[in-house]
Design a protein around this ligand. Structure first.
Ligand code: BES
Ligand code: ZN
Ligand code: ZN
Length: 501
């Protein structure tokens, strides 16, 4: 699918389906909606007055146009309360409307411009939200993602046309399209990687994707294998990889337009391509969901794709420690004592608390980069899902207020919600060990999310935010611009943070 901007009266736009917007609460149709309404002899306002339009956000009403406008079908997308409209409502409304258009067989979809200044959005922001909503709402899993990143996903739509009759705004709209396309490219990559089966989305596959990104965008890339990790003393990462059939990879991907002058922003993503629990094996029910345990790593790679496409001026380094957590005769075991690359020793209580182990070595590695700030994303604890629910928010832990408020602002702007949880040193008491500097798990059923964060903090000596995304990496329903399966959570948040840093 490709997206273009077209300057033409809306009633003369040729497309299989034309999407216009409508607010709730008896508001008169303006902008493109008003033009289409007039061309259809007042049909839209009549339906609205009778209460026959689905005007809530996500509501879609298909109309047949009987030659009043060039497009054979008009879909009215509900925008809800005009006082509350913002980029998020727009993404949701468009996502639902384009999916409906595809269900009706449309291959070429046109979207009418919103009146200017609606929701305080610029034409560029409106266009960006429209493109993001459309592409993400149309996303479907592509098995072909196993072979290549690809330009765009298979959306079942050939063309999306943003119609804006105002010549002055065409350039701004084009700029918004560029941002929207770049963002959707990143989110789609992240969703594809998480949705791919774990026998395909292996550590070597993630490394191949990183190499492809490096080639496409001129990033520097280092792919560390077992020997590389040994040379770096990464005993915690390697312990998790010990029982794995697929070879582990430690991915370092760097975008540096500053040529070494700027301290980097570092993005760290948990890359457990399948989490069986290891010797502390998980139950059989639902274990298939653990293919998503590399969602943090996928988000980081997705964000790099978007930042590369946008030619971001910031120096950014992505770190993805990637391995499966499996069990064979070589697998690490409870009671093993490991030595992480910063010298700290760890007593293994649960081999299922593996994410913090590979993140420990990645966070210690980040230190060498003298980072300005580090953000890690990890499907780290079931406890975080218990605390915040599924599909609502990521747990957000921070050791730096300024960085925390920047991440919170990025979360609010992108609606990739985060919620603060504490990083108090007392949580470490539960990890006291008789044989090592600390245990990897308390072995108790309470406080799992902050205890994991407290563990990670021992490997950190820079401004840092940890996002526990266990509850938001996957979803089981289709809604707005969200599709079933992987969400790509974190890509838009990270991109917003980096581009506003
Ligand atoms: N990958 C899991 C956490 C998870 C759970 C992610 C549910 C997504 C959905 C993680 O490695 C894990 O198993 N954590 C354990 C930690 C415990 C052993 C301290 C958990 O949460 O039970
Ligand atoms: Zn685990
Ligand atoms: Zn895990």
């Amino acid at each position: 699918m490709h997206t273009t901007v077209l300057q033409r009266p809306i009633d003369r736009v040729e497309a299989d389906a034309l999407i216009v917007h409508h607010f709730a609460g008896g508001h008169r149709a303006g902008g493109a909606t008003g033009d289409v309404d007039r061309a259809l002899g007042g049909l839209i306002s009549e339906l609205a007055a009778r209460g026959d339009l689905a005007t809530d956000v996500g509501g879609v009403t298909p109309l047949f146009t009987r030659a009043g406008v060039a497009a054979p079908r008009v879909l009215v997308a509900g925008l809800g309360d005009p006082q509350r409209v913002d980029a998020e409502t727009l993404r949701r409304a468009i996502g639902a409307a384009v999916r409906k258009a595809r269900d009706l067989g449309a291959r070429r979809i046109a979207v009418g411009a919103l009146g200017s200044g609606i929701g305080g959005l610029t034409p560029s922001e409106t266009a960006r939200a429209t493109v993001e909503g459309a592409r993400l709402g149309l996303y479907r899993y592509r098995p072909a993602a196993a072979d290549a990143i690809g330009d765009t996903g298979d959306h079942g739509i050939d063309e999306l046309v943003l119609v804006d009759p105002d010549a002055d705004r065409v350039e701004e709209v084009s700029d918004g399209i560029r941002w929207g396309e770049a963002t959707a490219d990143g989110v789609e990559l992240a969703r594809d990687l998480v949705n791919l089966p774990p026998n395909v989305a292996t550590p070597t596959h993630l490394a191949k994707v990183a190499e492809e990104l490096a080639r496409d965008h001129g990033f520097a890339v280092t792919i560390g294998d077992r020997a590389w990790a040994e040379a770096h003393g990464m005993g915690a990462f390697l312990a998790v990889a010990q029982g794995a059939g697929h070879e582990p990879r430690f991915i370092v991907l760097e975008h540096d337009p500053s040529r070494g002058k700027e301290a980097p922003l570092v993005l760290v993503g948990k890359g457990v391509t399948f989490d069986s629990g290891g010797v502390s094996i998980k139950g059989r029910a639902g274990m298939e969901a653990m293919k998503s345990d590399m969602a943090g790593g996928a988000a980081v790679l997705g964000a790099m794709r978007t930042l590369g496409r946008l030619r971001s001026p910031r120096r950014v380094v992505a770190l993805v420690p990637a391995t499966e957590n499996m069990l064979d005769a070589h697998a690490y075991r409870p009671a093993d004592v490991l030595r992480a690359s910063n010298g700290l020793t760890i007593e293994v209580i649960s081999t299922d608390a593996e994410g913090r182990l590979l993140l420990a070595d990645a966070l210690a590695y980040a230190q060498r980069l003298k980072p300005k700030a580090v953000v890690d994303l990890a499907t780290l604890t079931g406890a975080c899902v218990v605390a915040l629910g599924r599909g609502t928010a990521a747990g957000r832990f921070a050791n730096d207020d300024a960085l925390a408020s920047r991440i919170d602002a990025a979360a609010a702007a992108t609606h990739e919600r985060v919620w603060p949880l504490p990083l108090w040193p007392e949580y470490l008491d539960d990890l006291d060990s008789d044989v090592a500097d600390m245990k990897n798990s308390s072995g108790k059923p309470h406080g799992g999310a902050p205890i994991a964060a407290a563990f990670l903090q021992r490997f950190v000596d820079y401004p840092w935010v940890h996002l526990d995304i266990a509850g938001v990496a996957m979803r089981d329903d289709v809604r707005g611009y969200h599709t079933k399966g992987a969400t790509g959570f974190g890509v838009r948040l990270l991109v917003h943070w980096v581009t506003h840093a």
